[in-house]
Design a protein around this ligand. Structure first.
Ligand code: UD1
Ligand code: CA
Length: 461
């Protein structure tokens, strides 16, 4: 929309958060809350987006590096109207609609914002706000109507008892006509309990100037939930997760217990996948169809093919697991690890920058780091790649079909040829040719009768 401009208020400290981190950077289901606001704004295709920063502004600017966002700085937090006034130099001379969003109201959908803009432009209003009818209006500005029309907005702290009983709240989200906005902002005085310049006063100013003011009541009041405290952060996060869970279930994913399943917004899951309680899926994780993720596993930034099984209590971070592979319980797949199709990674196995070929098995108790392991290799229990010499990391390469006996140390850099065998308990410091058997321990010696002699040493009667 060429005549639509967006401004986002994000300069406040968020005192009630009691945090060193600027409020709008606190995470809601894995992303900074302001990220949700910007995503919804972008879907409207505005001509410009201005974010007003102040408290912790450098952090906010850094976190939001996006070419389509301009920043205005509010050096002192003197109120929401003062904050918006800081954007005037960037928007001077523009006409059309300014959509004003709050960085701490992340649940708004672009659909609702579209309704706001539509109502605003079709009425030719000077200002239009989003409102909601809620059971517990405490803390929000109240919409005071006279003869059905919005007359003004009063903040909780400035409201009379009768006004506090009003259940229609101000969402802090407005469409303004850029033609009359800056003049109205200039008329706001800090005459209220907080001594701040309140943006909400624009409404009464427009009404007094006999300019048309409209309000759009949202269908779902939870869209206007603001975050001012840690408790509200948790509430809103839960709502975001609920939406995500609903969306996945509607698309054919089974969540055994949605209430204890934590799936971030950007995660994708294919149909017929079953997710057990206590599972955490984070970042850009993609899970195929007909997978089963058992309880208490955490998967972050990883890609799983179809029909993959992840048993209980695994941690996957930056891993790839191909079709029908089986991982866990208690496996740890770290960055750049890849498990081939039909492969098995069992309990207490750690992979780092290691690929396991199709059908390969590392069933128990192993550390496999900086290794390329071929198809159908069998890695015995207790195998360790000694990849670090105290200064640098080295590679281990194991050819297809090789068999690594239990309790083997592979001192990298080292190569095990295709189809080779390594006997149990070996310390492999030199390459093993294809098809060879490598043993490194000394020959076994049996000392006959030793136990009996220990109990009854000669000479003792
Ligand atoms: C505000 C509204 C209230 C509404 C509520 C909805 C005012 C006076 N009140 O109250 O009517 O019901 O939002 O969530 O506008 N900010 C700045 N600079 C400042 C002060 C605030 O940028 O000097 C930013 C904050 O970072 C925040 C937004 O403006 O993103 C709202 O400020 P906040 O203090 O949270 O206002 P509320 O008390 O929630
Ligand atoms: Ca707020």
């Amino acid at each position: 929309m060429p005549d639509l401009h967006v401004a986002v208020l994000a300069a406040g400290q968020g005192k009630r958060m009691k945090s060193a981190t600027p409020k709008v950077l606190h995470h809601v289901a894995g992303r900074p809350m302001i990220d949700y606001v910007l995503r919804a704004a972008r879907q409207l295709g505005p001509a410009s987006i201005t974010v007003i920063v102040g408290h912790g502004g450098a952090h906010v600017q850094e976190a939001l590096t996006a070419p389509d966002v301009a920043f205005a700085v509010q050096a002192r937090q003197l109120g929401t109207a003062h904050a918006l006034a800081q954007a005037e130099p960037l928007l001077a001379g523009r006409s059309g609609t300014l959509l004003l969003l709050s960085g701490d109201v992340p649940l708004l959908t672009s659909h609702t914002l579209g309704r706001l803009i539509e109502a605003h432009t079709s009425a030719g209003a000077a200002s239009t706000m989003l409102t909601a009818l809620v059971e517990r209006p405490y803390g929000y500005g109240r919409i005071i109507r006279s003869r059905g029309r919005v007359a003004r907005i009063v903040e909780e702290r400035d409201a009379s008892r009768a006004e506090r009983a009003v259940r229609e709240i101000n969402g802090g989200v407005y469409a303004f006509d850029l033609g009359s906005l800056w003049d109205a902002l200039g008329r706001i005085a800090p005459q209220n309990a907080q001594g701040e310049f309140y943006l909400t006063d624009v409404i009464a100013i427009h009404r007094r100037a006999r300019l048309p003011v409209e309000a759009v009541i949202v269908d779902d009041p939870s869209e206007l939930r603001g975050i001012n405290s840690r408790s509200e952060l948790a509430d809103v996060s839960r709502i975001v997760r609920q939406h995500k869970n609903e969306e996945l279930m509607a698309a054919g994913v089974t969540l055994i217990d949605p209430a204890t399943t934590y799936i971030e917004d950007d995660v994708e899951v294919g149909p017929d996948t079953v997710i057990h309680p206590g599972v955490i899926l984070e970042g850009r994780t993609r899970i195929g169809s007909a997978c089963e993720i058992h309880a208490w596993s955490r998967i972050r930034g990883s890609v799983l093919g179809d029909r993959v099984t992840v048993l209980n209590c695994c941690v996957l971070d930056g891993a790839r697991v191909d079709a029908a592979a089986r991982v866990g319980p208690f496996a740890h797949l770290r960055e750049e690890s890849a498990v081939g199709a039909d492969a098995r990674v069992g309990n207490f196995v750690e992979l780092k920058k290691t690929s396991l070929g199709p059908g390969a098995k590392a069933g128990h108790l192993a550390y496999l780091g900086d290794a390329t392991i071929g198809a159908k290799v069998n890695v015995g229990a207790g195998t360790i790649t000694c990849n670090y010499d105290g200064e640098a990391k080295h590679q281990t390469i194991i050819g297809n079909g090789a068999f690594i006996g239990s309790d083997t140390q592979l001192v990298a850099p080292v190569r095990i040829g295709e189809g080779a065998y390594v006997g149990s308990g070996a310390t492999i410091r030199e390459d093993v040719p294809p098809g060879a058997l490598a043993v490194s321990a000394g020959r076994q010696r049996n000392i006959e009768g030793w136990a009996e002699r220990r109990r009854n040493p000669p000479g003792k009667d």
